[in-house]
Write a protein that binds this ligand. Structure first.
Ligand code: 1HN
Length: 358
């Protein structure tokens, strides 16, 4: 079961007598407060996330997004995006405590004009034939299942020269950046950034088990910014056929920055996993609330008392320190992202692998 907000504190809390209360009021007038009144709340014995386990069905989201396309141009909207908002944080534009997610539509012929911001972004492509995103002068064509990075403070614009809608999930570390009050944003003076590099150039330089001569990594984000689905998908399929399947995760891999071996972005970790048909995972929990996007297959996830039944392009959330069990009706592939990169960099991350559900 989910941990409840009623979890007992391990700390003492003395009785509040009228005399003490009057004292606390005098303290408040001097911008001070008694720790002994709040210690159990600010130092819980384990995470008490307000994040709720939720599912967004693509069959319900896509029509809303298409309707948004009829109502507003992407020029008017700046970015035509439906925010996936966790009901645990109403009005807060966040899908988990630390992460933002949304569904973005670019209609044929549209351009989402160029800007940059401190927040790092990922795109996970759901529908596209010919859509592209451009990062600091290099274009990348988007295909379904591709994971694409927009590093912090890089100029980016998107376009759709094709004849069908282009739709992707955005994931950004906006709540984390705003937690630190460290957000900046700027427009590029033109609608599109000039193309200065060939398409696929960063892949050739850094993503082929090669690197430029005497290269030393600069910056905190992967210099490869497109991770095509076809390659990652094939790895999972072939590993499934030749190697043991993990009881907690199926065949799960993490995306890497090829020049450091670390996560692709300094704050956001991303994963791809294959769940074989009829696989049921052993229960697992970790401190990084995680956003899952189903790329293939159907199944369900039991998490914190909720049963989330998912299919292709559905998006769901597993909150921090909440046991989750995944079951696949048919072979399934799940993309996921979380703040694990940030938590591990700060020495905060924990996980627990259980053998039976409690
Ligand atoms: C943003 O810049 C994009 O560039 C998408 O496509 C979603 C959500 C919050 C802040 C900036 C984009 C965003 C965003």
């Amino acid at each position: 079961m989910a941990r409840e907000l009623t979890d007992p504190s391990i700390f003492r809390r003395p009785e509040t007598t009228p005399e003490r209360k009057a004292f606390y009021e005098r303290m408040a007038a001097r911008n001070t407060a008694p720790l002994w009144e709040v210690m159990g709340d600010i130092i819980p014995p384990e995470p008490r996330s307000r994040c709720q386990p939720v599912l967004w069905r693509y069959s319900e989201m896509r029509p809303l997004l298409v309707e948004a396309g009829d109502l507003l141009t992407s020029e008017e909207a700046e970015r035509r995006v439906l925010i996936l908002e966790n009901p645990g944080y109403p009005g807060d534009s966040r899908i988990t405590h630390s992460m933002y997610a949304g569904l973005q539509l670019v209609r044929p012929g549209e351009i989402a004009r160029c800007h940059r911001h401190v927040a790092s972004a990922l795109r996970f492509v759901l529908e596209s034939s010919g859509g592209y995103t451009s990062v600091d002068g290099e274009k990348t064509t988007m295909s379904p299942g591709d994971f694409i990075i927009t590093p912090s403070w890089t100029f980016h614009d998107h376009g759709n020269p094709g004849d069908g809608p282009v739709i992707w999930m955005d994931g950004l570390d906006v709540p984390l950046v705003n937690h630190f009050d460290s957000s900046f944003a700027a427009l590029y003076p033109e609608e599109e950034y000039p193309v200065t590099r060939g398409e696929g150039e960063s892949q050739l330089r850094y993503g082929e088990n090669l690197a430029p001569l005497e290269y030393t990594p600069t910056g905190k984000t992967s210099p490869v910014f497109s991770y095509p689905y076809s390659r990652s998908r094939e790895s999972l399929e072939r590993l499934y056929r030749m190697a043991p399947v993990d009881a907690w995760h199926g065949v799960k891999m993490q995306y890497v920055n090829p020049v450091t071996g670390g996560y692709p972005m300094p704050t956001i970790a991303t994963f791809l996993q294959l769940l074989p048909a009829k696989f049921e995972s052993a229960p697992y929990r970790s401190t990084d609330s995680t956003v899952f996007c189903v790329t293939e297959g159907r199944g369900e996830t039991r998490v914190g008392g909720a049963l989330l039944a998912w299919g292709p392009n559905d998006i769901f959330v597993v909150p921090s320190w909440t046991q989750a069990v995944h079951r696949a009706d048919e072979q399934a592939v799940l993309f996921s992202f979380s703040d694990r990169a940030a938590q591990k960099a700060l020495g905060l991350w924990r996980e627990e692998k259980l053998t039976t559900s409690t």
